[in-house]
Design a protein around this ligand. Sequence first.
Ligand SMILES: NC(=O)c1ccc[n+]([C@@H]2O[C@H](COP(=O)([O-])OP(=O)(O)OC[C@H]3O[C@@H](n4cnc5c(N)ncnc54)[C@H](OP(=O)(O)O)[C@@H]3O)[C@@H](O)[C@H]2O)c1
Length: 246
Amino acid sequence: MKTILITGCSSGFGLETARHFLDRDWTVIATMRTPREDVLPRSDRLRILRLDVTDADSIGRAVEQAGPVDVLVNNAGIGLLGALEGVTMDGVREIFATNTFGAMAMTQALLPQFRARKSGVIVNVTSSVTLKPLHLLSVYTASKAAVNAFTESLALELEPFNIRTHLVLPGRAPDTAFGENARSRMRDAIPEAYAPLAQSVFAAWQQPGPVTHAADVAETVWRAATDPSCPMRLAAGADAVALASA
Ligand SMILES: NC(=O)c1ccc[n+]([C@@H]2O[C@H](COP(=O)([O-])OP(=O)(O)OC[C@H]3O[C@@H](n4cnc5c(N)ncnc54)[C@H](OP(=O)(O)O)[C@@H]3O)[C@@H](O)[C@H]2O)c1
């Protein structure tokens, strides 16, 4: 029986991915900053562990408690919509601490066991905003584009150890808590001069069009985890797939 460890399972893509693998008889280590037993079905194949990917001690404890893991999914992430002028450098560091350095630190923590066993899969969830730049997302996009470049270079050094790396690029998913969770960071992020631009961005989101659902991401992570012949980069969701094939 295979074991997957997923970061950021309290909601959205991480939660749906945990459900998807549980339904398919995997052992799931669902990690959360604030562990909650009630968001996933009870199962003797489910373990919920506390993990904050920005905290080295938390990472050390979680990886020790987890034991052997076959697949790591770096899904935990935070968003920020705003003009660069409206974001402090502490705000920039906060985004990178979770989205970029968190994924690197988790990967570093799992690699020794993957290398020793000469097997393992690392799936990094980034974003389709790295395929086509969008307004007011410069810092967030940079944090995810860094993970893309990191993953593609890392793949080369891990190949001799039979460790696979994949990127899952979801499109915009208005159904998850992502936008709401980002709201507190956006308070001063849109200075007056950028307000008309922000209005046009919000208006565009109201237009009908393809979006991404959490199930699309879970299925794509499943493909990355279970199909060794699949491409390194996988778009997830109708909008992301359209962008990737444009
Ligand atoms: N939704 C979209 O439109 C979209 C599009 C493309 C890519 N993505 C990416 O997909 C991933 C999942 O997003 P989502 O839509 O599922 O959003 P979400 O519902 O907000 O889920 C994000 C998860 O990350 C967790 N998290 C945040 N900071 C953390 C930290 N320091 N340590 C551990 N966990 C942390 C959150 O936990 P708490 O409950 O503790 O905050 C939450 O469980 C993110 O990496 C995001 O950047 C999202």
